[in-house]
Design a protein around this ligand. Structure first.
Ligand code: ATR
Length: 291
């Protein structure tokens, strides 16, 4: 048997905390990045229950864990455990990335960045665009702040429950002068042209593969780019309909990958070159779709 040659006394430790968390694909992404970039680090999962969050963060800091991702249900609660919080994360009201500093952990939100980066990667710019966000949960909230920060022309928030959409709209208006309109699904007919349509609900997620929040595929005639935060199934009914109508489509895997890239870059104070991002993305897509 050979000794491991990549984990030793100097190995930096990173992890994702959440509950549940064992299903997370993040260890595969970060450990692959570390391997390709030849960094001496390891990325693990720690299941942390809500009542153990404060102790877990204190313990992680004392152990010198250099970075953490934070997932459901801790993204808001963890904010009180941090020494400082990045502006975008503060505006969103949620944190998914913690970086070790001399004073404690600093919090960031790279979920929002994942959306921008996966569009950037395909050469799609958001400035002056008309964007529809379907859903008004946590994912929609972070997407909307990113869209406003990128100076889109108008955001339509489409949700069954109008109050939740209004709540996000009010949050955007605290920080940006972006034109925002909140609609129910019936209101979708009133929009003429949609540059980007982002699906942020759980509708269509496995095992409900046939479901889509958009009932008529004719809707996609006016859409240029369709993004779905779901990647199980790989191609949701929403994306399948969009593709049939000629839209450019992006699934949730790209968003997950690019939020991970951003966390990795923050932790290591680097910018990962474009060709490495492409190379690792291909490796991971192949791995994910085969497993
Ligand atoms: P997350 O924080 O992960 O975004 P969430 O807060 O549970 O998830 O938000 C789920 C979103 O999906 C909500 O906007 C919800 O709509 P309502 O606010 O009207 O409940 C939306 N959603 C869930 N199931 C839906 C369905 N069957 N049809 C349409 N929208 C749905």
């Amino acid at each position: 048997m050979n000794c491991v040659d990549n984990i030793n006394g100097k190995t930096s430790v990173y992890a994702v905390i959440g509950c549940p968390v064992k299903h997370s694909f993040s260890p595969v992404i970060h450990n692959t990045l570390a391997k390709v970039l030849e960094h001496n680090l390891t990325y693990n999962t720690f299941e942390v229950k809500p009542e153990g969050l404060d102790a877990a963060i204190l313990g992680a800091y004392e152990l010198g864990i250099q970075g953490l991702n934070v997932t459901i249900p801790h993204k808001q609660e963890v904010m009180k455990c941090l020494c400082s919080i990045d502006d975008l994360a503060m505006q969103i009201g949620a944190v998914n990335t913690l970086k070790y500093t001399d004073k404690g952990y600093k919090g960031y939100n790279t979920d929002a960045y994942g959306l921008k980066a996966c569009l950037d990667f395909q050469g799609i710019k958001l400035i002056d665009k008309t964007v529809v966000v379907i859903g008004a949960g946590g994912a929609a909230r972070s997407a909307c702040i990113m869209l406003a920060a990128q100076k889109v022309k108008k955001i339509f928030i489409v949700n069954r429950t109008i109050e939740k959409g209004n709540d996000i709209s009010e949050n955007i208006k605290k920080y940006y002068s972006t034109d925002v309109e909140v609609l129910t699904y019936e209101g979708l007919d009133t929009i003429d042209t949609i540059d980007v349509c982002i699906q942020t609900t759980s509708v269509g997620m496995s095992p409900n593969n046939e479901e889509s929040p958009i009932v008529s595929s004719d809707f996609f005639e006016k859409v240029s780019v369709a993004v779905d935060i779901i990647f199980n199934p790989w191609k949701t009914a929403f994306l399948e309909d969009a593709e049939k109508m000629g839209c450019t489509t992006i699934n949730g895997f790209d968003m997950l990958y690019f939020q991970a890239i951003k966390s990795y870059e923050i932790w290591n104070d680097i910018e990962i070159p474009y060709d490495i991002k492409t190379q690792v993305k291909e490796i991971l897509e192949l791995y994910y779709t085969k497993n």
